[in-house]
Write a protein that binds this ligand. Sequence first.
Ligand SMILES: O=C(O)c1cc(=O)[nH]c(=O)n1[C@@H]1O[C@H](COP(=O)(O)O)[C@@H](O)[C@H]1O
Length: 272
Amino acid sequence: MNRKQLFDLIKQKQTYLCVGLDTDLDKIPKHLLSEKDPVFEFNKQIIDATHQHCVAYKPNLAFYEALGPKGWESLQKTLEYIPKDIFTIADAKRGDIGNTSSLYAKAFFEQLNFDSITVAPYMGEDSVKPFLKFKDKWVILLAHTSNIGAADFQLIESKANGRRLYEEVMLRAQSWGSTDQLMFVVGATQADKIESIRKLAPEHFFLVPGIGAQGGDLELVSKFGMNEQCGLLVNSARAIIYASAEKDFAQAAKREAEKVSEEMKIYLNKYL
Ligand SMILES: O=C(O)c1cc(=O)[nH]c(=O)n1[C@@H]1O[C@H](COP(=O)(O)O)[C@@H](O)[C@H]1O
């Protein structure tokens, strides 16, 4: 899916919601635990209930890898179940020396056929470029993340040019790939900075996690983060998928996704 197709999908569905499939056996409703594949059964029902209200799904690999080979199987089945017109993000935060990155890229783009993968930029250009060699696939590079520790390194200012580390990442990486293959992660909890962050990369899509459970402000993110092609995929996981821990979990997730999407529809009309 290219940038235009992603924007068309956003316009058609009037939402830029990404649902995070951070599926945790300790949090899913107890009645699912007797299923052969509880993780897939949970995801399947969440996807059935929410797919009309989102444009992307983002399974976080940690939740699947923690279960060993069974987790990979659940992930693969989940990916195959996601409707083909919906954008998929492997939240894997990979990145290594070039030949290793090439194999990570194969794993996520060829074996699993994800549309995109989150990548950590700190090993530099040769660790990111192998992911950019795949046609119609996206790299989503960590820029300014949502967590408290984001300040530890990302805010360090260069003595040479005064730029913060995340600013340097965003500016340099733009020469590595086009706006049709590179996005940046900007946490919703950084909403106070999103206006200046948008100036660093006016045309790129941002993946914005951190609304819902982490308390980020969707209106601020939308008002200052949106560009002419929306340019935002805003992720929420726990607040949607664990809206209820009972048998009505899928309906509760649908209600939450619908609520966020209705808000997004207002912002699309107001700020686009
Ligand atoms: O790359 C990410 O998706 C990510 C980056 C970031 O800065 N902050 C962040 O929370 N995430 C991920 O986004 C999801 C947020 O989940 P909730 O807080 O439950 O909505 C998790 O899977 C995180 O790993």
